[in-house]
Every structure is written in structure tokens, then in C-alpha cells.
Design a protein around this ligand. Structure first.
Ligand SMILES: C=C(O[C@@H]1C=C(C(=O)O)C=C[C@H]1O)C(=O)O
Length: 120
């Protein structure tokens, strides 16, 4: 490898500095977006917790496949419009819904147990 002249070395160091500055700026935005995602997910889970309690109280099934299919169709369309891979949007929703349904099953079991206890 050839040695860089003083001018070239200074130029390379400046370019590195600019690259690092851009990386830092982009990462600051990524950190803000990740924080927003966590907050959005926390709010979503607060809603789904209430849905789970409502369903358990009225003996409704924990999962609703028709509703899920409708949500997938909608999110795939929104993803396409936003230049996000629809397949990724579908996978992401399925990942969240799977966790929600797991919670709903636990709530249903706990509600059943509590009813059985009070039935004496
Ligand atoms: C939240 C619900 O329960 C489940 C979870 C869903 C979700 O996380 O969006 C959607 C449908 C159901 O399988 C619901 O029925 O609305």
C-alpha cells in the first residue's frame, strides 16, 4: 500500500469525520424511532390487555382470525404505499398478534379459575 501525502491524509481524515458525523446523526434518529416504537407497542398492549379482559369476561375466544386477516390486508396495503416490504409488515403484525393471543389465553384461564373459585 502506498503512503498518503500530508494533503491526502488530511482529506481522508476529514472525510472520515464527515462519515462519522453522518453516522451519529442517523443513529440518533434510529434511537428516537426505536423509543417511539417501544412507546407505541406499550400503548397497543394496554389496549389489547383490555380487549383480553373484555373477551374473558364474556367468554369470547382469545383469537379472531377474521379480524387478523382484515388487519393483514390493510397493513400490506399501507406498507406498499410506504415502500415497506408487505411481507415484512405481515410478519411483524403476526409476531405481535401471536403474543397478544398468548396473553388473552392466560387472561381467559385466570378468569375461568377465579370464577371456579367463587362458585365454591
Ligand atoms: C385484540 C384482539 O384480539 C386478538 C389480537 C389482535 C391484535 O393484536 O390486533 C387481533 C385479533 C385477535 O386475534 C381483537 O380481537 O381485537
Amino acid at each position: 500500500m502506498t503512503e498518503l501525502g500530508t494533503g491526502q491524509a488530511a482529506h481522508a481524515a476529514q472525510a472520515d469525520g464527515e462519515v462519522l458525523a453522518e453516522l451519529r446523526t442517523l443513529r440518533a434518529s434510529i434511537d428516537n424511532l426505536d423509543a417511539a416504537l417501544v412507546h407505541l407497542l406499550a400503548e397497543r398492549f394496554k389496549c389489547t390487555q383490555k380487549v383480553g379482559e373484555l373477551k374473558a369476561a364474556h367468554s369470547l375466544p382469545p383469537a379472531d382470525p377474521d379480524r387478523e386477516a382484515e388487519q393483514i390486508r390493510r397493513l400490506r396495503r399501507l406498507a406498499e404505499e410506504s415502500q415497506l416490504e408487505p411481507q415484512f409488515a405481515e410478519k411483524f403484525l403476526n409476531f405481535i398478534v401471536e403474543e397478544v393471543v398468548r396473553h388473552h389465553k392466560l387472561i381467559a384461564a385466570a378468569t375461568k379459575g377465579a370464577k371456579a373459585d367463587t362458585a365454591g
